[in-house]
Design a protein around this ligand. Structure first.
Ligand SMILES: C[S@@+](CC[C@H](N)C(=O)[O-])C[C@H]1O[C@@H](n2cnc3c(N)ncnc32)[C@H](O)[C@@H]1O
Length: 353
């Protein structure tokens, strides 16, 4: 980001936008939910629609549509012409139709919004103080499998959005050496295991996760017909002296280590090292903050860090790659390859020192 100073009037405008940012966010959520964005977009050919037309079509008061669209116009979400007809701006279009924006809005709305109110306390205590808004667990991960349906859906859509699309490309890297047994640490819903079993018929996967999530993952893999090839191993990495079995060719960790503090990451990786031999590959896939081409990708990752602070565990974040390179070394691993994957991801291929 450039360090250029804004003019005072622009800076004040930015400050006021931040002061009322929750209003703009909730206005956006309401315009999406009430179908106002859809209506404006679907009727764009007539040169825009008036508040009255929207209100009639959606059976909402003129007052209601009016207050939402006034703020939306000042926030450059919609455009109004001199006849009072509204159209979506490009930002408004993205707020309603862009896939990543959609996933991020739902995640902020359903999972984080209420909890964010506890951010100051979370920073002070190092605990996910906002999690109380969703349930009573030490971290969000114990609660994932039992979250209320709408919240769960938004969490998993957010999680999957940032890893699913890259799995096929990642599998090509993992399967260069034809592994027969893979440990998927933080295997979550079993999506990676299912994809691997579909594409590679003689591989076996062991998913290693917390009990609640592991049961779901094993149920999902069984339902896909891979019950024989996918097994599970329960673990809580936050307990003293965790251990994992031996016998794997590859350890796979996708968007997993960012759920832990630096100290915990070293503990997890050192535990893995104890079960590895000189041929075992340990692959870490992450979206590193310092490896993003676009500022908006870096911004998403930085916001995600605050989700970890206030909702998830209170002490983890999205990291820059150089931190991981240091932690890998501290844990007794050596970096063999550093591979850029697609637009946002990196795979670090490690072996035991
Ligand atoms: C962000 S998800 C990873 C998702 C998946 N690997 C992917 O790429 O989409 C993090 C996973 O780590 C697991 N996890 C979090 N804390 C854990 C802990 N203390 N012990 C064991 N597993 C944990 C969660 O249950 C979850 O499945």
């Amino acid at each position: 980001m450039s360090k250029k100073q804004l003019k005072a009037i622009e800076a004040l405008e930015e400050a006021q936008k931040i002061a009322f940012a929750p209003f703009t966010f909730q206005t956006t959520v309401a315009l999406r939910k009430l179908g106002v964005f859809d209506y404006i977009f679907d009727n764009r050919d007539g040169g825009g629609v008036t508040v009255q037309e929207i209100a009639n079509a959606l059976s909402i008061s003129v007052y209601g549509i009016g207050v939402l669209l006034e703020l939306a116009e000042s926030s450059d979400i919609v455009l109004k012409d001199e006849k009072g007809k509204y159209e979506l701006s490009k930002t408004g279009y993205f707020l309603n139709y862009h896939e990543t924006v959609n996933v991020n809005i739902n995640f902020t709305d359903k999972v984080c919004y209420k909890g964010l109110d506890h951010l100051t306390d979370a920073i002070k205590t190092g605990k996910p103080e906002g999690l109380i808004e969703l349930g009573e667990w030490p971290t969000i991960y114990e609660g994932l499998s039992v979250l209320p349906e709408k919240i769960k859906k938004s969490w998993f859509e957010f999680d999957h959005h940032y890893s699913d699309a890259i799995f096929d490309e990642a599998l090509e890297i993992i399967f260069r050496n034809n592994p027969k047994c893979i440990f998927d640490i933080g295997g979550n819903t079993g999506k990676f295991a299912i994809r691997s079993c579909k594409l590679y018929e003689d591989v076996n996967i062991k998913i290693i996760d917390l009990p609640g999530q592991l049961n779901k993952a094993l149920e999902n893999t069984k339902n896909e017909g891979f019950g024989e090839r996918v097994s599970g191993y329960e673990i809580d990495w936050l307990t003293d002296n965790p251990s994992i079995p031996t016998g794997m060719d590859t350890i796979w960790m996708s968007q997993f280590l960012d759920c832990f503090s630096e100290e915990e990451i070293v503990k997890i990786l050192s535990t893995c090292v104890k079960s590895m031999d000189e041929n075992t590959e340990l692959l870490i896939m992450e979206t590193f903050t310092d490896r993003q081409k676009f500022d908006n990708a870096k911004f998403i990752l930085e916001a995600t860090s605050l989700y970890f602070t206030v909702m998830a565990n209170g002490n983890s974040k999205m990291y820059p790659a150089d931190v991981f390179l240091r932690l890998i070394d501290e844990a007794g691993l050596k970096l063999k390859e550093d591979i850029k994957m697609g637009e946002y991801h990196t795979i670090l291929v490690c072996k035991k020192k």
